[in-house]
Design a protein. Sequence first.
Lengths: 196, 196
Amino acid sequence: MSSRDAVLRAAREQFSRKGYDAATLRAIASEAGVDPSMINHHFGTKEQLFMAALELPVDPTDHVAAVLDGPPDGVGERLVNRFLTVWDSPAGAAGVAVLRTAMQHEGSAALVREFVLNRAINPLLTGLGIPAREAPWRGNLVASQLSGLILTRYLIKLEPIASAPHAVVVRALAPTIQRYLIGALAGGLPGWMGDD
Amino acid sequence: MSSRDAVLRAAREQFSRKGYDAATLRAIASEAGVDPSMINHHFGTKEQLFMAALELPVDPTDHVAAVLDGPPDGVGERLVNRFLTVWDSPAGAAGVAVLRTAMQHEGSAALVREFVLNRAINPLLTGLGIPAREAPWRGNLVASQLSGLILTRYLIKLEPIASAPHAVVVRALAPTIQRYLIGALAGGLPGWMGDD
């Protein structure tokens, strides 16, 4: 394992066990067996290291491109399907640890929020040609359903959703995600999308 | 404050700060200024005390009855509306603390799961006359959307959903909840509802 990988591994371990606020670069460096100055040099600040540790399991960019690749009326289905593939993988297990941490600490919750919005949801909405005034609400609604899927399937482990095959979860959730992304939202929803 | 209230208050504080597994009846008794035998006498086991601490902020029974009271085609709207009223109240803040704890500890996650299913979701589905073979999936889907609403509105605090008035959130989510509770689920969804 390279010292860079050792640092990222130690960072994920420390951030998920102690939380963002309590984890220190010194302790991460110690666990990784490197000098703290090496972390500063390769990753920058604690926030940048956290982002690097968060990003490592998955680069949303490729997934966003794959979800956009196809007819618009299948985008909900493609998103749920891709989402489950990522979260059911080993990278998803790391993601669950990150999310647990984010639930405990305002600081890391904000980082997760920025990461998910800027790297995944907003590029997807932009790629779909969603007008800027609709994007925040549509993105929030998608996040509300998909974060709840993570909670119920991977953390609280409700059955049958926790053990269900992808295809079944996709069929149940795709119409919801489709509506949130590009569908009609309940009669125009005056007052919550600017001047609608 | 009665000693019973003092125990419940100490229990919520200890369970949410230390988590279910690490909290002890001895420490709770100490913080409440009572003898540990008093807790055993009034609440029973640690699990029973946890349930009592969970239940105090809100009795789902009355809310379930209110959600059931009206035409079936408005049940999704009534559920989201009632849900927001409870979670926006001081009891909801206690609920957020409980959920944070549940995210960290398998033991308390299971308690929350049992509580939500047995006291809120299942009575609602029964009241709606949902067949037993459909109830687990419909309940899971409702939980996936509403738990994600808690996450995005109260914990991760995405905007605009975190600050939006009830009426706006209700209009956005009610069609989803309506479909999950009593609507058509994507062509019968063969294989995930028993013999469909």
